[in-house]
Ligand binder design. Structure first.
Ligand code: C5P
Length: 306
């Protein structure tokens, strides 16, 4: 496809789950040092950027399954991403961003970060900026801790705020069942609750889980299931006690492991295969304790022009 005089580009970007999220103490800047293992999974937003008439500025519209609560204005991280690049490269972007959302909103699956990642990749393509991967990551980390990972995808270890990435050696495909809530959780509120629950405790610097890394390398999904761990899980459950019931249903139906994804409230269940995934999805739906259920597999690619 010729890139010259291109008027529009569509980028497909995945959601993520955290296989491990180890949270250090709160730092002076309000953030927490993390060690996290991300996996990109097969639930996608499609972000289309179309050039518009000079003077129109950057506009946005949201369509699809999950539009409720997504701002359709300049406060959307996707618009901020385009503006950040325009300011840095010193040119004017007049374009419309259409986000076709399938990634749950405020669910701990990096939906907002994914759209920002898609815009970085899309603007780079549409305006032929020829950015390096590092430069795209640099823009990404200015926008949010998860944005660089949503550009790379696959499986990766995130350090610092979660934005300093190294690729993780992972084999095999993992099948997930996701229990979604109808109401999201605020990430800052969950970190705050985590600090409150740990007040007075001596919190060690976060470390990568050797057990998890070895299980990923061996494609041992049972061992991966046992190694899933999120330090924000008790905070998410404290703010949303019903999550404990959701976790119980998964355990009862023999999931290999379960974890609240990121700051929640999405609960991710690792299952052995698609059949077990279907059984668990039915059980969760009929349990009445979840808003809705989705199935996905990972790892998948990061933000990519389609
Ligand atoms: O970077 P991002 O915008 O995703 O972070 C949202 C909020 O989550 C931050 O404002 C902060 O309160 C909290 N956070 C944190 N430590 C991190 C990442 C996020 O405390 N490493």
């Amino acid at each position: 496809m010729s890139k010259t005089n291109r008027n529009s580009v569509t980028v497909r970007v995945p959601a993520k789950v955290n296989l491990q999220l180890a949270v250090g103490p709160r730092e002076a800047d309000g953030f927490h040092n993390l060690v996290t293992v991300f996996q990109a999974i097969s639930i996608y937003d499609d972000v289309t950027i179309t050039k518009s008439a000079p003077g129109n500025g950057i506009t946005i519209s949201i369509i699809g399954d999950h539009t409720h609560g997504v701002p359709a204005d300049a406060t959307n991280l996707a618009v901020k991403a385009a503006q950040l690049i325009a300011d840095d490269y010193d040119f004017v972007i007049d374009a419309h961003i259409e986000v076709n959302k399938s990634i749950p909103v405020a669910g701990g699956m990096a939906g907002g970060s994914a759209d920002a990642a898609a815009v970085i990749v899309g603007v780079n393509e549409l305006y032929e900026l020829e950015m390096s991967r590092e430069e795209m990551h640099e823009f990404g980390s200015q926008l949010g801790s998860d944005v660089p990972f949503m550009i790379s995808g696959g499986t990766a270890i995130g350090q610092g705020r979660g934005d300093q990435l190294t690729a993780a050696l992972s084999r095999g495909t993992y099948h997930w069942v996701l229990a979604l809530s109808t109401v999201g959780l605020s990430t800052p509120a969950v970190y705050q609750e985590c600090d409150r629950l740990r007040a007075g405790l001596d919190i060690a610097a976060p470390q990568t889980s050797d057990a998890l890394m070895q299980s990923l390398l061996a494609a041992d999904s049972k061992a991966v299931g046992q190694a899933l761990h999120n330090d924000l899980q008790s905070a998410a459950c404290s703010l949303r006690p019903a999550l404990t019931l959701v976790l119980d249903v998964g355990e009862e139906y023999g999931a290999l492991g379960s974890i609240v994804s990121g700051s929640g409230p999405t609960v991710a269940f690792l299952v052995a295969d698609e059949d077990q995934g279907l059984d668990l999805a039915v059980a969760l739906t009929s349990s009445g304790v979840v808003g809705s259920v989705a199935r996905a597999y990972g790892p998948v690619h990061g933000a990519k022009v389609i």
